[in-house]
Design a protein around this ligand. Structure first.
Ligand code: PMP
Ligand code: PLP
Length: 496
């Protein structure tokens, strides 16, 4: 048995002071045969005003694709979750269980399904790891900050990062400091140099979105992940990988003038072997290098099933998961019962292989949109006057433009952020909604301040724009990008 290191010195004052709930610890006695429980304040399931819950979905192997628009022509499956477990072999999570108070770790059947899925996707190097269900990576991140950081602590994040995550940091009185990145994510050498020159208390953790990063769409290579992990060991910080886009990993992009739709795979054996190749090609989780147990993974159904399921999970060494359980007990109690019953009902009918096939086909759909976005950018944006890296994961593309090329650079007092906002407004006037890059900037200042990172001219004048290729129809995506390309052609000069 390989055990994770004791990293309990990283727990916050809040996490250390949490006591187990005595009432929750009593729950286990309820299953003792013959026990007459007068102990728990549990409502009577007969008074839950639902007899059953029915849902319909598509059935594996999704012969007509995964869009619910094919519903009606494609083979379907019905899910009927009944109120009370008819016998011990009932495979779903009945409403009398899921709508009742239960373990804060989450519904055991759903947790088991997820654990089996994780074993296939990742190679966790230590045996004492576990999974706790949660209600989305948004909450898991807040719980993470409360578990490991005190007010006044410092954390690291990619220099452009997800704004809600940064707001959670800020509102807890924690300072986030940006780590330099290029179009392929964090630059390990820059991280190392930053930590070598660090003044004052060291950062507690690195918050990273390694795959299909929000907002830059970048994905860290295996080599960079390994180097970053080694730096985390050297400087003793935790790595929090927030990975809602992990399963949306695409093949490398190549330009094709006319794309023919990919043929739907309908054979289960072929689908299984293609899925196998997909998993082998996945960028590794930081767990791949984690011999210490310093990686915490936040995973969510939001981008692969639906955000409104509010179902997610945290993977980490047992001692950390135990602290997540304590915060869960006094905040959300547990993930929603309806959601757990229905999502588990769906997953168990698909089975592990069926769920992987769903992810495989989902990735194909997003790959198609990624391809359309990249083709349209290449065909319509002014060559040599912008740069971008075709994303290999996620939902976002990230366009970099030098503000000195902007025709109104001088009118905007040579201020890059002003230029970025100005161009953004012009895009809105052409009915194209994208997001100005500086909104995502991590700009926390420590006390005492860190050494100023010297910027190259290229960095100083870089304007960025985030767009998504995931949320609209092909036609809208094409026409919006054509118009934005036209705007760049009109507004940017060949030289500066
Ligand atoms: N507050 C009080 C006073 C309670 O008795 C309970 C349930 N035992 C709760 C809060 C927890 O409520 P909920 O299930 O809505 O989180
Ligand atoms: N983390 C990142 C990086 C995201 O981009 C998002 C969604 O936009 C979330 C977390 C939110 O995830 P959830 O719906 O699981 O709370």
């Amino acid at each position: 048995m390989v055990l994770a290191k004791d990293l309990s010195h990283h727990f916050s004052e809040e996490a250390k002071s949490r006591q187990p709930s005595q009432l929750k610890s009593m729950l286990m006695y309820r299953s003792v045969p013959g026990m007459r429980s007068l102990g728990g304040g549990l409502p009577v399931p007969a008074l839950f005003p639902f007899d059953d819950v029915k849902a319909e979905s598509l059935s594996y192997p999704f012969t007509k694709g995964i869009s619910m628009e094919s519903y009606g022509e494609a083979p379907t499956l019905g899910i009927d979750i009944i109120k009370s477990q008819a016998d011990e072999n009932y495979e779903d999570i009945p409403l009398s269980v899921s709508l009742q108070y239960g373990s804060s770790m989450g519904e055991p059947k759903l947790r088991e399904f997820i654990k089996e899925h994780i074993r296939r996707a990742h190679n966790i190097k230590f045996d004492d790891w576990d999974v706790i269900l949660s209600i989305g990576n948004t909450f898991s991140w807040d719980a993470t900050l409360r578990t490991f950081c005190n007010r006044g602590d410092v954390i690291l994040a990619e220099e452009f990062s997800f704004t809600s995550a940064l707001e959670a940091v800020h509102s807890l009185g924690i300072t986030s400091v940006g780590v330099k990145m290029d179009l392929e994510g964090i630059i390990p050498e820059a991280l190392e140099a930053q930590l070598e020159a660090w003044v004052g208390p060291r950062p507690k953790l690195l918050y990273t979105i390694p795959t299909g990063q929000n907002p830059t769409g970048s994905s860290l290579s295996a080599e960079r992940r390994e180097k970053i992990y080694k730096i985390a060991q050297k400087y003793d910080f935790l790595i929090i990988e927030d990975e809602p886009y992990y399963y949306l990993q695409f093949p490398e992009y190549s330009y094709e003038k006319s794309r023919s739709p990919k043929e739907e795979i309908t054979d289960k054996a072929l689908l299984a072997s293609e899925t196998d190749k997909m998993i082998k090609n996945f960028a590794p989780s930081f767990f791949e290098y984690d011999t210490d147990g310093r990686v915490i993974r936040l995973d969510s159904f939001s981008k692969v099933i639906a955000p409104g399921t509010r179902l997610s999970w945290v993977v980490a060494q047992n001692a950390m998961i135990e602290r997540y359980m304590r915060i869960t007990e006094v905040t959300i109690q547990n993930a929603s019962g309806f959601s757990s019953s229905i999502v588990y009902g769906l997953l168990r009918r698909w089975g592990q292989e069926g769920y992987w096939s769903w992810l495989y086909k989902l990735k194909d759909v997003y790959t198609h949109f990624r391809d359309i976005a990249c083709d349209t950018i290449i065909e319509n944006f002014p060559e040599g006057r912008y740069s971008f890296v075709p994303p290999v994961a996620g939902m976002f593309f990230w366009i970099k433009v030098d503000s000195r090329r902007y025709k109104e650079f001088n009118e905007n007092k040579r201020d890059t952020i002003k230029c970025e906002l100005d161009l953004w407004q012009k895009a809105i006037e052409s009915k194209v909604l994208i997001v100005p890059g500086h909104w995502f900037l991590v700009s926390g200042q420590t006390v005492p301040p860190q050494k100023e990172i010297t910027e190259t001219e290229d960095e100083k004048y870089a304007m960025y724009f985030r767009g998504t290729f995931a949320g609209v129809s092909e036609e809208v995506l094409r026409s919006a990008l054509r118009d934005f390309g036209l705007l760049l052609k009109t507004e940017l000069s060949d030289s500066f």
